[in-house]
Design a protein around this ligand. Structure first.
Ligand code: NAP
Length: 275
């Protein structure tokens, strides 16, 4: 699979989200199998957060990734209210315990809260020095937040994880170019709009040209940017396999024009949306 080079590592452009996984004991086994199948298919970037299931998803991953830790690029996120110099080390230690690992490959501030950005940056950098995280980044930061982060000493930020997909193109106006200019990778969350993509219309028309599905077209659309990776969540094996194939789907200029007509690119600034 194509990879993208972060400041610290090379990651596959297609990873796996885990929101709402591991919350029901009935589904855990099938979810773990789907996740591991995705890893075997090269989707080795795994995204989670202390928020998901209030730790239950991280605990589920600790089990599901047993024996596979060295093969995955593991991402978790800290709650904004835990992002100060006293709480962040404790929140990280709890995440590591649940995930049964001694380090994260990437640790993100889940969204902006009341803790001064400079303090969060210092707390994150201390963990990089300690070896408990390899890199850090942010999530749900709009262009003005990124500028404040830069001024607060956040030059080492590796990633901004944001809501971006074919039906939510707002970030194309200013945020994606700003991040590209700073060498910060974009991690597109909810890349298939949480399973609510239209199955008819432009996505279906483009899909028909390639013998693909509308979901694969949506993922290929997101991945057409060289600086963007996508982290679809799929608890069903068939979805995991389908999503993996999307990484090899290359959209033509005609396809992109069809999608532009149905989902027009932004012509003015719109505030970054969040799910
Ligand atoms: P998503 O990945 O856009 O959509 C997940 C839903 O789409 C699931 O119901 C899944 O079904 C379905 N799906 C996946 N692939 C499909 C396919 N090929 N065909 C049809 N349906 C398909 O939404 P998301 O979970 O919100 O976002 C992905 C990940 O991003 C999350 O899991 C989380 O890790 C991260 N995230 C981060 C933030 C943040 O604030 N930083 C916010 C939201 C999400 P099944 O599960 O039944 O297979």
């Amino acid at each position: 699979m194509r990879t993208l080079t972060l400041r610290t590592a090379s990651i596959p452009v297609l990873g796996q989200g885990t929101w709402r996984m591991g919350e029901s004991s009935r589904d855990r086994r099938a979810e773990a199998e789907a996740l591991r199948a995705g890893i075997d298919l090269g989707m080795t970037l795994i995204d989670t957060a202390e928020m998901y299931g209030e730790g239950d998803t991280e605990s589920f991953l600790g089990e599901a990734l047993a024996g596979l830790r060295d093969r995955v690029f593991l991402v978790s996120k800290v709650y904004p209210h835990n992002a100060d110099r006293a709480r962040l080390p404790r929140a990280l230690a709890a995440s590591l315990r649940r995930l049964r690992t001694d380090h994260l490959d990437l640790y993100l501030l889940h969204w902006r809260g009341d803790v001064p950005l400079g303090e969060t940056v210092e707390a994150l950098e201390a963990q990089v020095r300690a070896g408990t995280i390899r890199a850090w980044g942010v999530s749900n930061f709009d262009a003005d937040d990124m500028e404040e982060l830069r001024q607060a000493g956040g030059g080492a930020c590796a990633v901004n994880q944001i809501l971006y997909n074919v039906t939510r193109r707002g970030p194309e106006f200013d945020l994606l170019p700003a991040l590209a200019a700073q060498g910060i990778a974009v991690m597109a969350y909810s890349p298939v709009e949480q399973g609510r993509l239209p199955r008819t219309g432009a996505l279906a028309a483009v899909a028909a040209r390639h013998g693909a599905t509308p979901y694969q077209v949506a993922l290929a659309f997101t991945l057409r940017h060289p600086d963007v990776v996508a982290i679809p969540k799929a608890a069903r094996l068939a979805h995991v396999q389908e999503n993996r194939r999307a990484a090899d789907l290359v959209l033509t200029a005609e396809d992109l024009a069809t999608l532009d007509a149905a989902f027009p690119p932004p012509r003015r600034k719109t505030p970054l949306a969040m799910l």
